[in-house]
Design a protein around this ligand. Sequence first.
Ligand SMILES: NC(=O)c1ccc[n+]([C@@H]2O[C@H](COP(=O)([O-])OP(=O)(O)OC[C@H]3O[C@@H](n4cnc5c(N)ncnc54)[C@H](O)[C@@H]3O)[C@@H](O)[C@H]2O)c1
Ligand SMILES: [Zn+2]
Length: 363
Amino acid sequence: MKLNVVLSGGESRSYEVMCESGLHRRLDRIIKDLSRGRRVFCVWDRFVHGLWGHRCLTATESIVWDASEQNKKLSAVEELARELVRRGADRHSLLVAVGGGVTGDVVGFLASIYMRGIPVVQIPTTLVAQVDSSVGGKTGVDLPEGKNLLGTFHQPLWVGIDPDFLQTLSEENFREGMAEVIKTAWIGDADLVRFLLDNSDDILRRRADVMAHVVFRCVEIKAGIVMEDEKEGGVRKVLNLGHTFGHAVERISNYTINHGHAVAMGLICAGILGRQLGYLDREHLNMLKDLLSAYGLPTGLPSEYSPDKMMSVFQADKKKVGNSLVFVIPGPPGKVIWKTIEDKKLIDEVIRLAQKIGKIYLT
Ligand SMILES: NC(=O)c1ccc[n+]([C@@H]2O[C@H](COP(=O)([O-])OP(=O)(O)OC[C@H]3O[C@@H](n4cnc5c(N)ncnc54)[C@H](O)[C@@H]3O)[C@@H](O)[C@H]2O)c1
Ligand SMILES: [Zn+2]
């Protein structure tokens, strides 16, 4: 399965995303064709290289790095850049990022600034990276003050997605990715929401053909949105569904809660907000809960995330985004809107209800 991400600014800025089981075996050939004689450097997540390095891209020069959120920082970019210089990479070279979202973001960022910018191919190996970070061109690193505070938009030359990579993913990371899948499906496709509800066994078993369908559909949805609004001036905001509440949860937990779990909690909060505003009916809110529950994700907010704590994070965010906070609000599957909400009482109520819903569900 293939699709083209067509961006304004002409053909040179458009790229192909290919998604199929077994693609990893063809990557050397494909990348050789794409490189058109340029030198190619594959930057691998060290852990992924240990699992997959003998099975694919064996003909391409490799650099391994210790990928982790802690290491997603400017000094890692500098180290990789120096390694490239030592190996003779120049402004005609091509980088290939092989790993999860951390590797994609770091190598994408490196490519965007190395000798004023060289092309990058994304080979995402986690579910998060396959359905979310590899498409759309956002790159970046963290600062001690916050995540993704330094970054660029640098669209890839090509994206190659092989659901086979998901076979070796930890249960936790797979479920984390499912939170982003659910988010994407709810934004863009009622049929995919139904499919996720009806096929949870096969999906949790990571059946390659089923995963290829799910991942490809998510990429189509995300690519459709990115094509409309590459730099998040408008509609791309909908991709933040569940993330405003989710980020507050992550912040309060001091990042001890993983992103997927936080997004799941955020989706429930957003769902309740939708219910309070009359965009989402009870049946669909229950459907959202069932969906999260089917994939072992939280369906409510633990009591330590009090309205006061959540509000103080929102206030801090508000200052950063120009004094108003935008919430993405789900309607029925396939429909979302975004809205600035100033009503503190409403948000307070939503958080209280999210805590109750979680408890009711657990009993
Ligand atoms: N650029 C964007 O638009 C965008 C979107 C969403 C998320 N992100 C970023 O993505 C990052 C999270 O991505 P992630 O969850 O992929 O994290 P990650 O890259 O840290 O990968 C998670 C873990 O899985 C391991 N791993 C990767 N592929 C594997 C495989 N096939 N088998 C076994 N283990 C494997 C990694 O070594 C790592 O330990 C965050 O930094 C986030 O900011 C970026
Ligand atoms: Zn996310």
